[in-house]
Design a binder for this molecule. Structure first.
Ligand code: AFP
Length: 335
């Protein structure tokens, strides 16, 4: 019979792997989980917005109805700003770094987050999510964190993960010791271990890409997509196309089933710090891979807060195969 474990118990177990741990990190994740539960509750009510009041209006309870992405941003800020464990934050929704509120205790961690990824899917009841990435403070001059603390390579992440608000709310996270998934039991208000030590298949049968962008693709991407669509049973082809347009949802499905998600260049659309790097840490910990086509995502040195990168992520052999097509096309173009 499978064991019953809450995410809190699991995080505490992981903390015991570090005898000198202060408990700060555990407390930080706990605050983040509270924020996610509040966001989850609000996402579940999204369909009632028309009944209870339109965005910007005052609803029947006398509350101003906010856009869900603004609500998610503020909820995380309010839960984390006063947690005492962070020195700075950065969000996909804010242009600049987010300092810790005046008077708030400063801590040794840096939080980067995308409060509600895929938010254009809210109106159609498709899954959306919150992505997070945690680094250690590296600057020493003041107790406040700075831009430099936010612009760290993904390989320095202490933890990363996401919450997916779908048919149920699931948290997936890694601290560098495997990837674990927890499903929210709304009646208990607890995330319970549902996916222990997730390993993604080394090769999948799914490709996820916005094919409407085909005219903007490079030759390597075109050749690769033609290849996965070939009717070659000996190679396990054709692959099935699955694309929701909500990164967390597309990523989560491919993580569990195997497959490849592509948002190719030249510049890409997805953000390095809030989307690509955290999911790259998760996928690598699950045995998969994440690349720009030529470079490992976790090796990229960010140069700005909202930098975009091409993102090719998923099953290890599929990502490697894409890389071959991409590089071959570059070589051919150079000849
Ligand atoms: P929204 O938050 O505007 O819905 O964007 C979602 C997203 O950033 C990511 O979650 C998707 O994978 C990607 O955009 C989809 O982009 P396309 O609509 O260009 O395919």
């Amino acid at each position: 019979m499978s064991k019953i474990r809450t995410v809190q118990q699991h995080i505490l177990d992981e903390e015991r792997l570090y005898p000198g741990a202060s408990g700060d990190f555990t407390a930080l994740l706990t605050s983040l989980i509270v924020a996610a539960k509040i966001i989850s509750r609000e996402v579940n009510k999204a369909g009632l917005v028309k009944i209870l009041g339109e965005t910007g209006n005052v609803n029947v309870h006398g509350e101003t109805v906010q856009k869900l992405d603004e609500f998610a941003q503020q909820t995380i800020y309010r839960a984390m700003g006063h947690s005492g464990h962070l020195c700075v934050m950065a969000s996909e929704e804010s242009e600049n770094i987010i300092p810790i509120p005046d008077g708030g205790k400063r801590g040794k961690y840096v939080l980067m987050f995308d409060p509600l990824d895929g938010s254009s899917n809210i109106d159609v009841n498709a899954s959306i999510g919150t992505i997070f990435s945690i680094h250690r403070k590296i600057t020493k001059d003041t107790i406040d964190g700075s831009l430099q603390d936010c612009l760290q390579q993904g390989c320095n992440q202490v933890a990363a993960g996401y919450f997916i608000y779908g048919s149920s709310t699931v948290m997936v996270y890694t601290t560098g010791h495997g990837v674990h998934g927890f499903t929210l039991d709304p009646s208990l208000g607890e995330f319970l271990l549902s996916h222990e030590n997730i390993k993604t298949p080394t090769r999948g049968k799914i490709y996820s890409i916005n094919e409407g962008n085909v005219s903007q693709w490079d030759h390597g991407t075109r050749a690769y997509i033609d290849y996965v669509k070939e009717d070659r049973k000996d190679r396990g082809h054709p692959y099935s196309l699955r694309y929701i347009g909500s990164l967390v949802a597309d990523f989560h499905r491919n993580l569990l089933k195997g497959g490849i998600f592509l948002y190719p260049g030249p510049k890409g659309k997805l953000r390095l710090l809030y989307e690509a790097a955290p999911l790259a840490m998760v996928v690598e910990q699950a045995g998969g891979a994440a690349s720009t086509g030529t470079e490992r995502i976790l090796d990229l040195q960010p140069t700005s807060l909202h930098q975009k990168v091409p993102l090719i992520i998923g099953s290890r052999d599929d990502v490697a195969e894409y890389g071959k097509f991409y590089k071959d096309a570059l070589v051919m173009a150079a000849d």
